[in-house]
Design a protein around this ligand. Structure first.
Ligand code: ATP
Length: 310
């Protein structure tokens, strides 16, 4: 049984179908990545799971219980880190943490003790007494994350927690999240960064226009492409097209095509050298061929025909 189960969740804003009937599950000790471009419906999904937005349809189960039947209990099970910082700039880092601890129902003594632990874990002890307004963007993101964790929730919802911070700050946050996961926390992680989804998440759901298009481990998603290799061909494709090449579609799937580049995945489990031979025999003068492992971007391309990279 998943720690979090989302069943047929949907939300419209007027004519916009922000979330269009999605279902998935987050288990204890896993990081589930919801990957999709801006406007895909990630924030709307998180807002419905955390009780901030009322779904038009669908159900959310937290720890096996229907959210609606006991929202307070559900909230005790989860920590929510919104994309927009929810911090009091004039207060110190420690004061922010203690404040959220008290809101989560901790006693003053507990809140203090827990704030000390979190400041240490987030490498912010030295700045604990400074007002948050003097923090760097990455430090604010870390305190924001800490504020959701005072009550040790088994489930953590993170909405793009590394947006707009430098690589060092990002590495700090990712390392911290990894440690939480090892401790058994189940994490729902939304992102539009392919690399984060690839390196951090155990399972990934690809979301676009409010729909979950595919779901699985990175390996499972790569296998959807039909193989573990992608070929990038460079040539002049202005006057020729794969449709005109005899037998091509039986052996390859086109992922992306432009006037000078063609990205294809081999179908079946053929030897890469046999695939290369086929490609070099195409009725077009190939200037260059590159072989690579399929990335999540290739998977996204195949599913949507668009590039996820900005
Ligand atoms: P981002 O990464 O940019 O936050 P997202 O994947 O989180 O994107 P959402 O914020 O969930 O996407 O938005 C999904 C769609 O719903 C978008 O088309 C957005 O414009 C629309 N939308 C979201 N909130 C509202 C609202 N309060 N009123 C009207 N439309 C909304």
């Amino acid at each position: 049984m998943g720690l979090l189960r989302v069943e047929g969740l949907a939300k419209n804003f007027g004519a916009i179908r922000a979330v269009d009937i999605i279902s998935f599950e987050v288990r204890a000790g896993e990081i589930y990545g919801l990957l999709g471009p801006n406007g895909a419906g990630k924030t709307t999904t998180i807002s419905m799971i955390s009780g901030l937005l009322k779904p038009d349809a669908g159900e959310v189960f937290v720890g096996g219980a229907r959210f609606g039947s006991d929202p307070q209990q559900a909230k005790r099970h989860m920590g929510v880190v919104p994309q927009d910082l929810a911090l009091y700039e004039e207060l110190t880092g420690r004061e922010n943490l203690e404040f959220w601890g008290r809101l989560a129902g901790l006693s003053a003594v507990e809140a203090k003790r827990r704030a000390t632990e979190l400041l240490e874990a987030l490498a912010l002890t030295e700045r604990a007494r400074d007002a948050v307004k003097t923090y760097s963007g990455g430090m604010k993101r870390r305190i924001n994350l800490g504020c959701a964790l005072l009550h040790r929730p088994p489930l953590l919802l993170l909405d793009e927690p590394t947006v707009g911070i430098d690589p060092q700050g990002r590495a700090n946050i990712l390392e911290f999240i990894g440690r939480l996961r090892t401790g058994g926390t189940g994490i729902l992680y939304t992102t539009h960064y392919l690399e984060e989804a690839e390196s951090l998440c155990h399972r990934i759901g690809i979301i676009d226009h409010g729909r979950l298009l595919a779901e699985g481990t990175l390996k499972e998603l790569q296998e959807r492409l039909g193989g573990d290799r992608v070929f990038v061909l460079e040539a002049d494709f202005k006057d020729t097209s794969p449709e005109a090449w005899d037998g091509f579609h039986e052996r390859f799937r086109v992922l992306q095509k432009s006037e000078c580049q063609l990205v294809v995945a081999a179908l079946g489990s053929r030897d890469p050298s046999a695939c290369l031979k086929d490609l070099l025999n195409l009725p077009v003068r190939i200037a260059n061929v590159m072989v690579k492992r399929p990335s999540l971007n290739d998977v996204f391309l195949q599913l949507t025909g668009r590039d996820l990279r900005e």
